[in-house]
Design a protein around this ligand. Structure first.
Ligand code: NAD
Length: 473
């Protein structure tokens, strides 16, 4: 029986391995992590991440050919193929701080693999890494090899949180990069055979190592660029009376452009886009390409501009001050169908409003109070006052700056304004008449995701701002 081990039981490692286990009953899959709490959650009924369809897959395979363990060394030792899916955040200090990828976790995983291995292995880069990382990993492994042979493959993951299971079951493509040697080709073939259990052959692409590594950074940069492009248009729409939904629709009908990823919003978030573009910028700079670096930097600049523009619009609409006004925040996750708040635009919007002394009442169906407390306490901006969180029950924020509640109606009660920051389906179905009646007047609504029917809400009596739409006059 082929044995696979995946180091890193996170948003990528967990779901990816669950699908391999589901589709390849003849393969034993172990997902290992140094985080005891994460592994015990994977072994419980409360999985550590929310992802539609994931529970069912895990329940079906766990204990049969899918195992979650903290015994990293044992499972690496036993494996034929070792996926490495550890986090690769942006470096916070030292050379390349604020841009370069921090490969500390990767390096320690590689050194551990070298330490414990007693047989030849295929090591697969599942994490998103800078182009040329495989060269560094090869050096670490071969210089510590004790005669063991390693083949490094790049197999970046293209899943999107919120649709991970569908993305994994029916990927647009699986990309495998390897050395163009006979041992390299053999390793590529071995990994191809794993995916061939369920992915059609024409969707499994093979390239050289560097193309595979760079393709992942390029894909994320292109996706984020589309969002920044439409968001830049949204600002121009508001200034001119054009409607960004109509512009997107018209532009997306061009088959050379296509309709996906053309929704204007308060900005992109998530753990990947910003980090990967910063990394791309750093790689360009290191390769003597400052103009190219500058080009990609603009994608992030527009994203930051969109978030601050949204906060400014809220404050200016509410008579230039939100001091002591209760504002309901609907949605905190960076997108719907996930509880992930990493780099969510909600953090910057909430911090901007608190900076203007607003009182926030936050509701998100999948985000916990602990996450919000951690995210808003980050020392990214200067604060007049520390953030205080308070559990659900009171209907006003009771003088506290931030309150987390478990119901959208509760969040909106007595509020002066509502901000929609995540496009959760349940927000589309809210009884806005009932909400309007429970709010202070005039009642404002700021839609950062373009999910509400602007005309309907204006008829109810709301003063409405929806990104990229003609303004209330
Ligand atoms: P994550 O933080 O959710 O998970 C990483 C896990 O690795 C953590 O649980 C951590 O404890 C574990 N880990 C770190 N060092 C370890 C070690 N030495 N031994 C064992 N476990 C270790 O991260 P993620 O969101 O799953 O992302 C993983 C990688 O995949 C990143 O490079 C990311 O850029 C990339 N990626 C993420 C997504 C996404 O949507 N989240 C999509 C595609 C690619």
């Amino acid at each position: 029986m082929v044995k696979i081990c995946c180091i890193g039981a996170g948003y990528v490692g967990g779901p990816t391995m669950a699908i391999i286990a589901l589709k390849c009953p003849s393969i034993e899959v172990a997902v290992v992590d140094i985080s005891v709490s994460r592994i015990s959650a994977w072994n419980s009924d409360q999985l550590p991440i929310y992802e539609p369809g994931l529970d069912e897959v895990v329940k079906q395979c766990r204990g049969k050919n899918l195992f979650f363990s903290t015994d990293v060394e044992k499972h690496v030792y036993e494996a034929d193929i070792v996926f490495v899916s550890v986090n690769t955040p942006t470096k916070t200090r030292g050379l390349g701080a604020g841009k370069a990828a921090d490969l500390t976790y990767w390096e320690s995983a590689a050194r551990m693999i070298a330490d414990v291995s007693k047989s030849d292995k295929i090591v697969v880069e599942k994490s998103t890494v800078p182009v040329k990382t495989a060269e560094a990993i090869e050096k670490i492994l071969t210089h510590n090899s004790k005669g063991i042979k390693y083949q490094i493959l790049s197999n970046p993951e293209f899943l999107a949180e919120g649709t991970a299971i569908q993305d994994l079951l029916k990927p647009d493509r699986v990309l495998i990069g390897g050395r163009e040697t006979s041992a390299g080709s053999k390793a590529v073939q071995t990994l191809k055979e794993v995916y061939a259990h369920w992915v059609p052959e024409d969707r499994i692409l093979t390239t050289n190592l560097w193309s595979a590594e760079l393709s992942k950074l390029a894909a994320n940069a292109f996706l984020a660029q589309r969002i920044s492009s439409v968001n830049a248009m949204s600002a121009l729409c508001e200034a001119t009376g054009a409607d960004v939904s109509q512009v997107s629709f018209a532009v997306g009908k061009d088959s050379r452009i296509g309709p996906k990823f053309l929704n204007a919003s308060v900005g992109f978030g998530g753990s990947c886009f910003q980090k990967d573009i910063l990394n791309l910028v750093y790689i360009c700079e290191c390769n003597g390409l400052p103009e190219v670096a500058e080009y990609w930097k603009q994608v992030i600049k527009i994203n930051d501009y969109q978030k601050s523009r949204f906060v400014n619009r809220i404050v200016s609409s509410m008579f230039n001050t939100v001091a002591n006004k209760k504002i309901a925040i609907l949605g905190f996750a960076f997108k719907k169908d996930t509880g992930d708040t990493r780099e969510t635009p909600a953090i910057d919007v909430c911090k901007g409003l608190i900076g203007d002394k607003a009182q926030l009442s936050i509701y998100d169906p999948q985000v916990t109070e602990d996450q919000i407390e951690r995210d808003l306490s980050m020392n990214k901006f200067d604060w007049d006052h520390p953030v205080h969180l308070q559990p659900a029950s009171p209907s006003t924020t009771g003088g506290k700056k931030v309150q987390v509640v478990w119901d959208a109606y509760e969040a909106a009660k007595d509020a002066h304004g509502i901000c929609i920051l995540t496009e959760w389906d349940e927000f589309r179905k809210l009884d806005f008449q009932k909400i309007y009646e429970s709010m202070q007047k005039p009642a404002f609504i700021f839609d950062g995701r373009s999910i509400i029917d602007v005309n309907k809400l204006r008829k109810i009596g709301f003063i409405v701002y929806s990104i990229g739409k003609p303004l209330d006059t």
